[in-house]
Design a protein around this ligand. Structure first.
Ligand SMILES: [Zn+2]
Length: 644
């Protein structure tokens, strides 16, 4: 279990002797030794890491490590299973220039022929440490998570797991590391990693466990803004922003107020904090990967350059910071047993990711509304989109939601084509639907006296303090829910998690919450913003197609008319009813099907061949929306702020 090893004092042995003068001296010396030896021991065991990031803009980092070692065989391990990514995504292919020496003498290393992340060396007699030099070749391809592009000419995100080797088999809590970082001149930085001293572009950090180091990335850049979100309060919260331009830092003041409210609302929801201070590390660039990665005391949030300045961009990604912030409680502090691994070698088990990610997705959605980052109406629009997508997942026929969680390590990398048949990482959005239903059930069972908020205070709250990990199992989760509202929670989750052969998503929370999923002719604000920002088009709920701007089909819904006519992913629509393809033309022609009697005709390229497909469709445009169903609007209650 990776929990932090801070402030652990080793008590001296008790010596049960009547102290004569000599024996007193011996005993005193022994006590003194026993007191200081753990200190000496830990100093000897500390890994020194010096990272040169001055060449980050040309996407190469140079690291030097001094690793304490004893003579004999030593295996050094490159972090493989990356916390928060739930998969063996350590970018081992980008580790280069590996040279290991002891006392100036070069040592030969040999990679394990089965475990590609492990390197064996023989430490010579007399050596107390080995010196390691390595380069990290930083990706310029924006796909992927932390191993995707994360450096530009103007900024960089340093993920320490990419820059270290450590003695294989040792728990990350038991390894101490003292790191030093050199940045390009005039760059500023933000991080939750405690700083010991900064001299010009050199930063010396305090000694921390390897767990804390890997959990504390550094965001640095030329265009930088550091905003205190809770001035004067403890713990402190910061929004650290690095961007590709100064203009991109110009967040409107009312947006900053909403981030301040996000912190207040999260504290009101959970009732305690599990960090010494918290940093939102926000990197804004069109050249980097766009995702969020949670840490206990920070989050690595990467988005478009205009994320703060363009209303559409902001709306499409509104839940990014709330989601990652929630993870400090749900994921970092409370963690499923199978994801609370002791090092970066043990495989992670994702079977409870519908809690780790699904509940986070739900609470992130709730906090996005409570903090005002989206209005309640906009929040319902995003919910409608998720619900409709899941309610039209052909893959439900063969694959349970539970399996999407267990197979997360495969599905994060799955392509978009045939996604409806394959299913993707559905435990996020379908987890949201299930947790919404759980919240509504608690509200109903307790006649409005309690809600999932009460569960969060019990399960994620507790005394405030520095980071720690409290693992849980499915049984202990169900027990905690029972403490809030007695119900057959195990059966509630199991039926929803294990269902196959059903074509409907779990929409019980929406329906009991006073709404129903329906389809209207007008595109919602939420879908329009998402399509403009992500540059795609969805006519999934009419013809059953998702497309790129040039008409290339990224996914088809097998139950809908286009797929039934024989169209598949990878094909490209060239013309719609003899008009050159554009998303507007496609939408116009779909709209006109209500008036026209003729079917839609698509001219489609499939590699070198062209075919015409006639779609027998008359129902016009169809976009998801939530409409009131006559029940009390409990769903809206969940979105109401707790504080000011
Ligand atoms: Zn997440």
């Amino acid at each position: 279990m990776p929990c932090l090893n801070r402030g652990k004092i080793q008590h001296p042995l008790k010596i049960d002797l009547m102290p004569t003068k000599t024996s007193f001296r011996i005993a005193a010396a022994f006590i003194l030794y026993a007191w200081i030896s753990p200190v000496i021991g830990s100093a000897q065991q500390t890994i020194r890491l010096r990272l040169d990031a001055t060449e980050a803009p040309r996407r190469i980092y140079h690291a030097e490590l001094t690793i304490p070692a004893a003579p004999g065989p030593l295996n050094l391990f490159y972090p493989k299973w990356i916390p928060g990514e739930h998969a063996p995504t350590g970018p081992i292919t980008d580790l280069a220039g590996l040279k290991i020496s002891a006392g100036g003498r070069s040592l030969q290393w040999k990679r394990d022929s089965v475990e590609m992340f492990s390197f064996q060396i023989d430490v010579p007699q007399g050596a107390t440490s080995v010196d390691v030099k390595l380069d990290f070749l930083s990706n310029s391809d924006a796909a992927g998570f932390s191993s995707g592009a994360s450096a530009t000419s103007e900024l960089a995100i340093v993920s320490w797991n990419q820059m270290v080797l450590y003695p294989r088999g040792k728990a990350s809590d038991e390894i101490q590391v003292v790191a030093e970082l050199r940045l390009p001149d005039d760059w500023k930085f933000g991080t939750a990693l405690p700083v010991s001293q900064t001299t010009g572009s050199n930063i010396q950090f305090k000694t921390v466990s390897l767990t804390t180091l890997v959990d504390s990335p550094v965001l640095a850049g030329r265009h930088f803004r550091h905003i205190e979100l809770t001035p004067g309060a403890m713990p402190a919260h910061y929004l650290d922003i690095a961007a590709d331009s100064d203009e991109a830092l110009n967040a409107p003041p009312d947006l900053i107020e909403k981030y301040k409210k996000l912190v207040r609302e999260a504290q009101a929801l959970f009732g305690a904090t599990h960090y010494r201070e918290y940093h939102f590390l926000l990197a804004l660039s069109d050249q980097i990967a766009h995702f969020g990665l949670e840490h206990a005391e920070s989050s690595d949030d990467q988005s478009r350059e205009n994320y703060l300045t363009d209303p559409l961009s902001r709306m499409a990604g509104a839940s990014l910071l709330p989601h990652e912030f929630v993870h400090s409680w749900n994921g970092k502090y409370r963690r499923p047993e199978g994801l609370a691994t002791r090092d970066y070698e043990q495989p992670m088990k994702g079977d409870l990711l519908w809690v780790y990610e699904g509940l986070t997705e739900y609470l992130g959605w709730v906090l996005t509304a409570r903090s005002g980052l989206l209005t309640a109406d906009q929040s319902r629009q995003f919910l409608a989109l998720d619900a409709a997508t899941l309610d039209n997942r052909a893959g439900r026929e063969w694959r349970s939601l539970a399996d999407t969680a267990i197979a997360a390590q495969l599905l994060y990398d799955a392509r978009n084509d045939w996604e409806s048949s394959r299913r993707g990482v559905d435990f996020y959005d379908e987890g949201l639907l299930i947790w919404l239903e759980a919240d509504i059930i608690i509200r109903k069972q307790t006649q409005g006296r309690k809600s999932l908020d009460d569960f969060c205070r019990v399960f994620h709250g507790g005394p405030s303090g520095p980071p720690q990990v409290k693992p849980y199992t499915f049984d202990s989760l169900a027990e905690a829910l029972n403490g809030i509202a007695p119900y057959d929670w195990k059966n509630f989750f199991e039926t929803r998690l294990n269902a196959t052969g059903t074509d409907r998503a779990p929409l019980g929370g929406i329906e009991a919450g006073g709404y129903k999923l329906s389809y209207v002719e007008r595109l919602s604000e939420a879908q329009s913003a998402t399509e403009q920002v992500r540059q795609n088009t969805s006519v999934a709920f009419s013809l059953g197609l998702r497309l790129n701007p040039d008409g290339t089909i990224t996914d088809v819904l097998p139950e809908k008319v286009a797929a039934k006519a024989g169209i598949g992913p990878g094909m490209k629509i060239v013309a719609v009813n003899d008009r050159k393809y554009s998303s507007d033309v496609l939408r116009e022609e779909i709209r006109d099907t209500r008036r026209n009697t003729s079917s839609i005709e698509l001219l489609v390229a499939n590699g070198k061949s062209f075919s015409t497909y006639k779609l027998n469709y008359r129902d016009g445009e169809k976009y998801p929306a939530l409409e009131r169903n006559g029940q009390p609007a409990l769903l809206d209650e969940t979105l109401r702020p707790l504080g000011r």
